[in-house]
Design a protein around this ligand. Structure first.
Ligand code: ANZ
Ligand code: ZN
Length: 820
C-alpha cells in the first residue's frame, strides 16, 4: 500500500500557500513566461476530467519551466457571465449570481486540490463589477474609435435562447448552445468592426505557432477572395448594378444574372407582370436560413424579374433573375451566371432552360470549372488563367465598368444580447441627444440584482425601471439606458490582459506591465474556439494596440489544443449517458498526483482518448514502486553502512538510465509529449529498484544524488509526492525560508558521458545470416570493428575458403560480411 495520499497533497498545499511559494514577482530573475490555460466557466457540474486534462499537464509544464529558471506567470479565473447560469436560474429559481458565486467557491477548492501553481493573487471573475467595469471601458474605447456601432440588420435569432447570436455562434444553421434552428430577424444591434482588421488577422496568422488546422479554420472563416466588380446596365431603364466575380475570364459566357431576393434593386427591376410571382418567391426565401441557401446539394430555385441586363463586354441582353442561392450579405448581392463553368449556375440553367455557352476550353463535360483557354471571347481568345483574368479586368477598368475588388467572408461581430446575465452596455439613449456613451467616471454601470429575467425576446433589463431610467449625461433630461448586455465573448476577449494587473482600480491594466508580460507564451485550451474566442481576442489586441494601450500585435504566440478525454466506453462524456468520470472520487482514492500522472501517461496530450480504470491503477502502482525504491534507498543511506567510493559497473548502469531519463523528460516535456517522458521515468525506476535491491555494497553518496535527481525530474509531474520526498531526503525540518521546496531547485542537466555505454553488443552476419555476437568497446572505429569481426572464430569458420567481397558496418548494431 502506498503511503502517498491526499493527506500529503493537503500538507504541501497548505505549506505552499503559507510560504507564498508561487507568488508572482515580475521583478524576479529569469525570463518571463506567461503560461495560460483557457479559464473555465463556473457551472454546476464543476471541474470535470476535461478541465483536469487542460490544467494538470500544463501546470506540470509550467513547473518544469520554473525549475529551468523562467519567471512563470500562470493565473486562473472564471468566465462567469453567460447563458448557462441564466438558464439554470430559470429552471431552479436560483439567481445566476448566487449559483455562480457558489460554483466558483467549489471550483476554487477543486483547483486548489489539483495543487497547481496558479497565481491566485491575480484571480479574476468576469461577472465581478471590478472586472466588467473595464469590459465597459473597452466598449467605450471601441465606440470612440468607431469600432463599436449600432445598425439595423437581418441578424441570427435563436428562438429557444431568445437572443441574437453572432455568426460565429451559428453552427450548421443551428444555435451553438442549444442546437435550435436559427432564424433571421431584422433588429437594431451593436456590432464590433472586426472587419477593419480582416487583412491583418489573415496575414499575421502565418506568424503564429498554432496548430495548422486551427490556422486553416480561421483563414477560411475570414475568407479572403479577390476578384472583379463588373457593372451591368438594365435595358431600357436608368438602372445599373455591380456583380462580384472571381472568374472575370468567363464574362463572355454570361447567360443570365441573378440577384439576391433581398437586393433592394429587385422592386425597381420587377415588371408588373412578374410582380406577384416575385413577391411570393421573396416571402418563401425569407424562411430559409443562410446555411440552407448555401447548401450545395439543395436544388436551386429562382424566378424571372421581367427585366434584361446588358453584358458590358459583348452587348448581349441577358435575363435578370432572383434566386436564393445568391446571398444578400456577400459581395454585391448579385452574380453574373456562367452555367458552362460554374456548378450552381449550371444546375440552375438546366432547371430553367437557360442557355449554356462554353467560353473556356478544357474537359469534355460541363460545367468545366478549372482554368483553361478562353474561346468564344472575341479579342481575348487564346488567353489562359490568371493572365486571362487580368487582361479582361484591365479592359473593363479602361472602359470604366470594372474594378479590382477584395471580399471577405468575415462579418462584423454582433455583440449585443437580449439577456440578463451579462455586462451592461454603457450607453444611454436620449430623445434629444441620441446615443450618448456613459462617461468613464460613471463606470461601472452595475447589473441590478432584482430583475425578472425569464426570456421573452425582450431585454430583461428594459423591464427594470430603476436600471433603465436615468438622465442624459449631455443635456440632463430623462433618458434610458441601453437594455442589452454584451456577448460573453467580449469578457473573454481581453481577460489575458487584465490578469497581469487584476486588482487595478484606476485602469483596465497598466500598459507597461502588460507590455512586459505579454504576449502569452503558451496558451492551451480546446479547439472549439478557433473562430470565436481566438479570433475575437486577436482583434481586441490589435484594436488596443492601435489605441496605444499595448505594444504587441498578437495575444497568443504559441497555442496547443489538448485532446478530449472520453468516457470508458469511448464516447464523449455526458451525464445522460452515465459515462462521466468524477475527478474528486479518484483523487480521494489515489491522490491528485496519481490522477494527474495518469492523464499525462495514459494519453497523447493533443489527442486524448477513452478513460480506463486499469490505466489509473497501473499509474498508482508505478508511484508505489517509486516509493518503495526511495524508501529502501533512504534506509540504506541512513544506516551509513557503506563507504564504497568507486563507480563501477552497477553505478554506471543506473547512471545511464538516470541521464537517459533526464535527457528525454526534458526534451519530451518541452513539446508536451508527457507520455513518453513518464515512460523514461519508469525505466529509471526499474534501474533504481534493481540497484537498491542488489545485495552488493552500494555507493551511498551516488545513490542519494541519483534519488535527488529523480525527485527533481518527477516533481513537475507529481508535485506533492516529490515535495514530500525532497524534504525527507534533505531533512528540511529546520528550514525557515522558501529554500525547502524542490520547486526552487534548478532542473538537472544530463551528462552526455553517462549516455555512452562502455561496451555494446553487435551481431556479425555472413551473407545476411547471423554467425556471432561480440562485445566491443563503444565508439570503436570502423577499421577496428572490421578487424575484431574477422578475428572471431565462428566468423573464420563461416568464411573459410571464400572470398570476402565487402564488409558493411552499421554502427553500434551490426556487421555484415559479404562472401563469394
Ligand atoms: C461568375 C463565375 C463564373 C463565378 C465561374 C464563379 C465561377 P468566392 O470565391 O467565395 O468569393 N458569388 C458572388 N457573389 C455571390 C453571392 N452574393 N452569393 C452567392 N454567390 C456569389 O466566390 C465568388 C464567386 O461566387 C463569384 O464568381 C460568383 O460567381 C459567386 F465560372 O462569378 B462567380
Ligand atoms: Zn440628451
Amino acid at each position: 500500500m502506498s503511503k502517498y495520499s491526499t493527506a500529503i497533497d493537503k500538507k504541501w498545499q497548505k505549506k505552499w500557500e503559507e510560504s507564498n511559494l508561487y507568488k508572482f514577482d515580475e521583478n524576479k530573475d529569469g525570463k518571463k513566461l506567461y503560461v495560460l490555460e483557457m479559464f473555465s466557466y463556473p457551472s454546476g457540474s464543476q471541474l470535470h476530467a476535461g478541465h483536469w486534462f487542460n490544467y494538470g499537464p500544463v501546470d506540470s509544464w509550467a513547473r518544469l519551466k520554473r525549475m529551468q529558471g523562467y519567471n512563470v506567470f500562470q493565473p486562473m479565473g472564471f468566465d462567469a457571465f453567460g447563458l448557462p447560469a441564466e438558464n439554470f436560474a430559470i429552471k431552479t429559481k436560483i439567481h445566476p449570481k448566487d449559483s455562480t458565486v457558489n460554483n466558483i467557491a467549489t471550483m476554487e477548492e477543486q483547483l486548489k486540490a489539483m495543487g497547481a501553481m496558479f497565481n491566485w493573487d491575480h484571480e479574476l471573475v468576469t461577472c465581478d463589477p471590478n472586472y466588467y467595469k473595464w469590459t465597459q471601458w473597452l466598449f467605450l474605447k471601441l465606440y470612440e474609435k468607431g469600432l463599436a456601432y449600432r445598425k439595423k440588420a437581418p441578424v441570427n435569432w435563436c428562438p429557444s435562447c431568445a437572443t441574437v447570436l453572432a455568426n460565429e455562434q451559428v453552427v450548421d444553421g443551428c444555435c451553438e448552445r442549444c442546437d435550435s434552428e436559427v432564424t433571421k430577424k431584422d433588429l437594431t444591434q451593436w456590432f464590433f468592426k472586426i472587419t477593419d482588421y480582416a487583412d491583418e488577422l489573415l496575414e499575421k496568422i502565418d506568424t503564429l505557432d498554432w496548430p495548422e488546422k486551427t490556422k486553416a479554420m480561421q483563414k477560411h472563416w475570414i475568407g479572403k477572395s479577390t476578384g472583379t466588380e463588373v457593372t451591368f446596365e438594365i435595358k431600357d431603364k436608368d438602372i445599373s448594378f455591380d456583380v462580384f466575380t472571381t472568374r472575370v475570364d468567363t464574362l463572355f459566357g454570361v447567360s443570365y444574372v441573378v440577384l439576391a431576393p433581398e437586393n433592394p434593386l429587385v422592386d425597381k427591376l420587377t415588371t408588373d407582370q412578374c410582380k406577384d410571382a416575385v413577391e411570393a418567391y421573396k416571402d418563401e426565401a425569407k424562411k430559409q436560413s443562410e446555411i440552407e441557401r448555401q447548401s450545395i446539394t439543395r436544388e436551386k430555385t429562382g424566378i424571372f424579374t421581367g427585366s434584361y441586363a446588358i453584358n458590358p463586354i459583348n452587348g448581349r441582353e441577358v435575363p435578370v433573375w432572383i434566386g436564393d442561392y445568391v446571398l444578400a450579405t456577400y459581395g454585391t448581392g448579385a452574380v453574373m451566371a456562367v452555367p458552362a463553368h460554374d456548378e450552381r449556375d449550371f444546375s440552375f440553367a438546366k432547371k430553367y432552360n437557360l442557355p449554356i455557352e462554353r467560353v473556356i476550353e478544357g474537359g469534355e463535360n460541363l460545367p468545366y470549372c478549372e482554368f483553361g483557354t478562353m474561346v468564344n471571347s472575341g479579342e481575348f481568345n487564346g488567353l489562359v488563367g490568371e493572365d486571362a483574368k487580368s487582361k479582361v479586368a484591365a479592359k473593363l477598368e479602361e472602359m470604366k465598368i470594372g474594378k479590382f475588388k477584395v471580399n471577405f467572408r468575415l462579418r462584423d461581430w454582433l455583440v449585443s444580447r437580449q439577456r440578463y446575465w451579462g455586462t451592461p452596455i454603457p450607453i444611454i439613449h436620449c430623445e434629444h441627444c441620441g446615443i450618448v456613451p456613459v462617461p468613464e467616471k460613471d463606470l461601472p454601470i452595475e447589473l441590478p440584482y432584482n430583475v425578472e429575467f425569464t426570456p421573452d425576446g425582450k431585454s430583461p433589463l428594459a423591464k427594470c425601471d430603476d436600471f433603465i431610467n436615468t438622465t442624459c449625461p449631455k443635456c440632463g433630461k430623462p433618458a434610458k439606458r441601453e437594455a442589452d448586455t454584451l456577448d460573453t465573448f467580449v469578457c473573454s476577449s481581453w481577460y489575458y490582459l487584465r490578469y497581469v494587473d487584476s486588482k487595478n482600480e484606476d485602469m483596465a491594466f497598466d500598459s507597461d506591465l502588460v507590455n512586459k508580460l505579454l504576449p502569452v507564451d503558451k496558451y492551451v485550451g480546446g479547439p472549439e474556439h478557433a473562430c470565436m474566442h481566438l479570433l475575437y481576442a486577436r482583434f481586441i489586441t490589435k484594436a488596443l494596440r492601435d489605441m496605444g494601450y499595448v505594444n504587441f500585435d498578437e495575444p497568443f504566440k504559441s497555442l496547443t489544443h489538448q485532446g478530449l478525454i472520453l468516457g470508458p466506453d469511448g464516447l464523449k462524456m455526458s451525464k445522460s449517458k452515465g459515462n462521466t468520470i468524477s475527478p474528486d472520487e479518484y483523487i480521494s482514492q489515489y491522490g491528485a498526483d496519481v490522477f494527474r500522472m495518469y492523464l499525462m501517461f495514459g494519453f497523447a496530450y493533443t489527442e486524448g482518448g477513452a478513460w480506463s480504470d486499469d490505466g489509473i491503477k497501473s499509474v498508482g502502482r508505478f508511484v508505489e514502486r517509486i516509493e518503495r525504491a526511495f524508501e529502501n534507498a533512504f534506509d540504506f543511506i541512513n544506516k551509513g553502512e557503506n563507504k564504497k567510493t568507486t563507480i563501477d559497473k552497477a553505478e554506471k548502469e543506473l547512471n545511464f538510465w538516470r541521464h537517459t531519463a533526464i535527457k528525454n523528460v526534458t526534451s519530451d516535456s518541452e513539446i508536451l509529449q508527457f507520455n513518453t517522458a513518464i515512460a523514461r521515468m519508469m525505466e529509471f525506476t526499474n534501474a533504481l529498484t534493481k540497484y537498491v535491491n542488489d545485495d552488493e555494497i552500494k555507493n551511498a553518496e551516488f545513490l542519494k544524488e541519483t534519488c535527488l535527481d529523480f525527485i527533481k525530474i518527477l516533481a513537475p509531474f507529481a508535485p506533492h509526492f516529490s515535495e514530500e520526498w525532497w524534504n525527507t531526503f534533505n531533512d528540511n525540518s529546520e528550514v525557515n525560508d522558501n529554500s525547502y521546496s524542490v520547486f526552487n531547485e534548478a532542473w538537472p542537466k544530463f551528462d552526455p558521458n553517462a549516455l555512452v555505454k562502455d561496451e555494446v553488443e553487435i551481431a556479425i552476419q555472413v551473407n545476411g545470416k547471423i554467425k556471432a555476437r561480440i562485445n566491443i568497446p563503444s565508439g570503436l572505429d570502423d577499421d577496428s570493428i572490421k578487424k575484431a569481426s574477422l578475428e572471431n572464430e565462428d566468423v573464420i569458420k563461416a568464411t573459410e575458403g571464400k572470398n570476402i567481397v565487402k564488409v558493411i558496418i552499421i554502427k553500434g548494431r551490426l556487421v555484415n560480411i559479404v562472401v563469394k
